[in-house]
Design a binder for this molecule. Structure first.
Ligand code: CP3
Length: 351
């Protein structure tokens, strides 16, 4: 089994830097688009055999060091009684903006409401047969609340920020419900076989530091504490939050996912010791020619050189039109410029 990903999460020695890509299963792959011709997105997520197929597609093409279960951060919210569609982004049938709506959210167990996610994780583990570790995931409560309150992904999330200031207690009640649901949801994934979990906080950057501590960080900490006994590494990815790095470093997670806006050496100095870092090539960099992708990848690796536990990744999810040769160039560069053979020598040869 290639356990370099799990070892890096724990800051143990690795033979080379592990690499996987956020949103690695998705529309940039022709085989994913072919799968989507046959079934709609929600059916794909809810049918374990198909979800596993989608998770495996990027692994068949690229030598990735981790698999991520195919689902969506919004999916477990259906289990709370929220109805939604994807086209391609999520849209809620009814945004949640009142105390009464929060109180009416369903609180049944994930094993009962989203059993297909547990089944898909178990099936993926068996299919991979120990070759590649499986990552489970959930949305961070604040990011989930952003979609629930706004009703859709929308620049600025005005309805969310209005609720934050006008009725903070309602937002907190929603966050509390989401936190309990996500602990239960991650526990289901871990007991089904997930060997690490990632918490996606895609919209935490909408908050200033005091707001972040109150409406985002506190709840992420509760999730990390709520699964600590299961002893799997936790990755906390925060997008758009260069102003929040010091705060985010106190989440209790093992790994902090850094978005593409902050160079990793700068982030490392601000995070301090005791956490692995994941990231952080700008997803748009993959639209450059492959040679430029190699150069930019080497730059990220050089900034992370010497850090215990760097996990190479993008600094946000891969974009739908990303050219596949660029993905190959990124992964190949990680494989050939890190590891036992001294990297500086490889660098010199290439130049
Ligand atoms: O390999 C993987 O990581 C796939 C599993 C996965 C998906 N969504 C599948 C998906 C994961 C980990 C996610 C996370 C997710 N979903 C996040 C956090 C990461 C981030 O990008 O910030 C967020 C904010 C969402 C919400 C969401 N779901 C959006 C905004 C969209 C539409 C825009 C987009 O990027 O496509 C979705 C739909 C979605 N989720 C698709 C996929 C493959 C596209 C649906 C389709 O096939 O038509």
């Amino acid at each position: 089994m290639t356990d370099r990903f799990l070892r890096a999460c724990r800051r143990q020695a690795v033979d080379r830097t592990p690499v996987w890509l956020m949103r690695q299963a998705g529309r940039y792959l022709p085989e994913y688009r072919a799968l989507r011709q046959r079934v709609d997105f929600l059916t794909l997520c809810k049918t374990p055999e198909l979800a596993v197929e989608a998770s495996l597609q990027p692994l068949r093409r690229f030598p990735l060091d981790a698999a991520i279960i195919f689902s969506d951060i919004l999916l477990p919210l259906e289990a709370l009684g929220c109805r939604m569609t994807f086209n391609p982004g999520p849209r809620l049938a009814e945004p949640i903006r009142t105390r009464e709506q929060v109180a009416a959210l369903d609180r049944r167990a994930a094993a009962e409401t989203v059993p297909f996610v547990g089944e898909a994780v178990g099936l993926l583990r068996r299919e991979l047969d120990g070759r590649t570790p499986v990552i489970g995931f959930c949305g961070a409560p604040f990011t989930l609340a952003a979609y629930l309150v706004q009703g859709e992904g929308k620049e600025g999330f005005g309805a969310l920020k209005t609720l934050q200031y006008r009725e903070p207690a309602t937002l907190e009640a929603l966050l509390e419900t989401l936190t309990a649901a996500m602990i239960d949801y991650l526990r289901l994934q871990i007991s089904s076989g997930a060997q690490a979990v990632q918490i996606f906080d895609s919209w935490a950057g909408l908050l200033d530091s005091p707001g972040y501590q109150r409406f985002a960080l506190r709840w992420v900490r509760t999730i990390v504490d709520g699964i600590a006994d299961l002893e799997v590494p936790v990755i906390y990815f925060i997008n758009g939050g260069p102003h929040l790095i010091e705060d985010a470093a106190t989440s209790g997670a093992d790994v902090l996912g850094i978005c593409w806006r902050t160079p990793l050496d700068v982030a490392a100095a601000r995070v301090g010791p005791g956490m692995s870092l994941q990231g952080n090539l700008d997803p748009h960099a993959l639209f450059a020619a492959p040679d430029e992708v190699r150069r930019l990848t080497r730059d990220v690796l050089a900034r992370a050189a010497g850090l215990p536990g760097h996990i190479m990744n993008l600094g946000h999810g891969i974009l739908p039109d990303t050219p596949i040769p660029s993905v190959e160039a990124l992964i190949d560069t990680v494989q050939h410029t890190t590891g036992k053979a001294a990297q500086p020598a490889t660098e010199t040869c290439r130049r």
